[in-house]
Write a protein that binds this ligand. Structure first.
Ligand SMILES: [Zn+2]
Length: 388
């Protein structure tokens, strides 16, 4: 039995996504996996994550039997999403959501979500995270010449921050990987020129930007370095996707945060606060090492939470082996359905209590200190880092 209890603690979800009830088109269980590939129902429904979500839904909906639980969930979500989301978010103590507006992105999935409408629907404080690749997409689509594109890119960042964005975010790990390095400017310019020429020839910008080659890498790397420089100037952090992600587009081999070595040495990135989003899972130890070694590196555990399900207590203990407790943050990476935002917080509160109990029992951690660490993980560290 856990001694510590964070059940009623408030939560800042430091990385998640907006969702629209009317865009839910698939069976509920398919939203509990990171795969875009068709999966057999019995496989998805057999994960520990699925079992745990169903169990918590049974508790909150007061319904037994899996089929009836899902049916009741569908009924509530369709008939009155506002009330249903309120029930979930109140249960989890979610107060603030930092929303990565890069997904859903109208140009790639066919719809976007206005964050004011989303904030109204969920009834919480919602802050935007600005996705750098969305800006890059617009510049390529608009056929903006290279020098102008870099200028416009920086200007868009400044405007986003002055409009209230609390962080920048990059998914370069999905594209050309985390081994970001400086490139010769003339090479970048010619790469950009080739890409705009391809758009002129009728190729889709999204298809061009998905290619993994030297040409794209030089462009992604250079824009990211410019973005990091701008973030530092504006005193906002940059969330960097690290580790696992949507499959098959994520190539895990280039998403290990250890690949960030060159970027971390770059004088333009030295002072900028970089957040290793998703904790680099399964490279959590690499992420923890970087947060320990570099004063400007932070970690959020979104996506690792809730995907690691029964493993979260152990993952938190692994993180605490090296990562300073002042630099680690909660996040859900919830997307498409509100249950991911909700369940992640519920799961975390239990696992956090269990992990800290263990440190109190076996390592002599004082209770006051343990409570502090837990509360900083759930809210305090994010409030300070993102100046909420
Ligand atoms: Zn995300």
């Amino acid at each position: 039995m856990a001694k510590l209890d964070f059940t009623s603690s408030p939560v800042v979800d430091s990385h998640c996504h907006a969702f629209l009830p009317e865009k839910e088109t698939r069976p509920f269980e398919t939203y509990l996996t990171l795969s875009d590939l068709p999966q057999r129902h019995e496989d998805v429904a057999s994960t520990m994550l699925h079992h745990m979500v169903i169990r918590e839904l049974s508790r909150i909906l007061c319904v037994k039997d899996e089929e009836k639980i899902i049916a009741e969930r569908q009924r509530r979500m369709k008939s009155n999403p506002v009330d249903y989301i309120e029930l979930l978010f109140d249960d989890a103590g979610i107060e603030t959501l930092l929303v990565d507006s890069g997904y859903p992105f109208k140009e790639t999935v066919g719809y976007g979500i206005d964050l004011n409408d989303f904030a109204e629907m969920v009834g919480r404080d919602v802050r935007e995270i600005f996705r750098l690749e969305a800006a890059l997409y617009g510049l390529l689509k608009g056929l903006v010449p290279h020098d102008q594109a870099i200028e416009d890119f920086r200007a868009q960042i400044r405007e986003a921050v002055s409009d209230g964005c609390v962080s920048l975010k990059t998914i370069i790990a999905y594209r050309t990987g985390l081994a970001v390095k400086p490139w010769d400017e003339s090479f970048v310019k010619s790469s950009w020129g080739k890409m705009t020429a391809m758009v002129r020839e009728g190729n889709r910008p999204a298809a061009i930007l998905s290619e993994r080659n030297e040409r794209n890498k030089s462009v992604y790397d250079s824009f990211l370095i410019a973005g990091v420089e701008e973030a530092n100037r504006l005193n906002v952090p940059v969330q960097i996707h690290t580790g696992m992600g949507d499959s098959p587009s994520m190539d895990l081999r280039i998403a290990n945060p250890a690949h960030l070595y060159d970027l971390l040495q770059d004088p333009r990135a030295r002072e900028a606060r970089l957040v290793l989003t998703h904790g680099g899972y399964p490279y959590l130890e690499e992420a923890a090492f970087l947060a320990n070694a570099y004063p400007n590196v932070y970690i959020d555990l979104s996506e690792t939470i809730p995907i690691v399900s029964v493993g979260l207590r152990n993952r938190l203990l692994t993180l605490l082996e090296m990562a300073p407790t002042t630099k680690i943050m909660y996040g859900s990476d919830g997307f498409n359905v509100p249950e991911l935002h909700w369940f992640s917080a519920i799961l975390t509160k239990k696992a956090l209590a269990a992990a800290l109990d263990e440190l109190m029992n076996h390592e002599g951690l004082a209770e006051e200190e343990a409570v502090n660490i837990g509360e900083n993980f759930l809210t305090g560290n994010a409030e300070r880092l993102y100046r909420l």
